[in-house]
Design a protein around this ligand. Structure first.
Ligand code: GLP
Length: 240
């Protein structure tokens, strides 16, 4: 694992955006793995700025998002489909159909998981952006005594629901389930950018990178991947 610590969030965001730009330059038809949450927003802003300057094009790219809340349609402001349109897709030239996000409102969720896994098998991800949950989750792979390899429906932990409640009107509105790419699919991608910001993530990022490899901290499994770059700001990296 390569760990890069940044004094300024702005520099971290620029570094990550440059990785995506470099990949698309070398391989315009690249397959990009994308994440939601507050962490990647600055990176998406930098990517949009690059696109506006004509430095980056997504015309031939394909994207896969990690996860989606069960029960939220794409037009719901807290759905990850809405987030991606709002924070990135609405401002770049990714063709309609180039973006893949699991549907949290599919009538048959098991079939939706199988459909997503088929798509992932057809188009291996070149570069996967990951954030880190406070409990060590990646995507929505929550700490557990066992983890699943493929796309699956997961019951969200209460601490995850509480962490994400800030985006909803009340705790009751936070979905109890999500559909997420599995750990096996994440570990199959060619390269990973794990991005962690803020003092409140310092302890979990230490556990993930320097602690034992355990399903109780799903991000610790990234220690087994051959090409992971971890980008931390000084606050998040202070215990490393
Ligand atoms: C969410 C997402 C994750 C994200 C994490 C951290 O629940 N499912 O993909 O990495 O929580 O979010 P944030 O970046 O807002 O701290």
């Amino acid at each position: 694992m390569k760990i890069k610590t940044f004094e300024q969030t702005d520099e971290l965001d620029r570094y990550a955006a440059d990785r995506f730009a470099g990949l698309l330059d070398a391989k315009p038809g690249a397959v990009l793995g994308l994440a939601t949450g507050s962490t990647p927003i600055g990176i998406y802003e930098k990517i949009i700025a690059k696109h506006a300057r004509g430095e980056i094009s997504f015309r031939r790219a394909t994207t896969f998002n990690l996860d989606e809340y069960v029960g939220l349609p794409p037009e719901h402001p807290q759905s990850y489909a809405y987030f991606m349109r709002d924070k990135l897709f609405g401002s770049i030239d990714l063709p309609p159909g180039g973006a893949n996000i699991p549907s949290g409102v599919a009538a048959d969720l098991a079939a939706e998981c199988a459909r997503y896994d088929r798509l992932l098998a057809e188009r291996p991800i070149d570069l996967q952006l990951l954030g880190l949950g406070h409990n060590g989750h990646i995507g929505f792979n929550e700490p557990d005594h066992a983890l699943q390899g493929g796309t699956h429906v997961v019951r969200l932990r209460e601490n995850t629901r509480e962490a994400n409640a800030r985006f909803f009107g009340s705790m009751d509105e936070v979905p109890k389930q999500a559909i997420t790419m599995g750990i096996g699919s994440i570990l199959k991608v060619r390269a990973i950018l794990l991005v962690v910001k803020g003092a409140d993530k310092a302890e979990i990022v230490r556990q993930a990178l320097a602690g034992p490899i355990t399903t109780e901290c799903p991000a610790s499994l990234l220690q087994t991947h051959a090409d992971v770059t971890v980008l931390v700001d000084q606050a998040a990296g202070r215990l490393l």
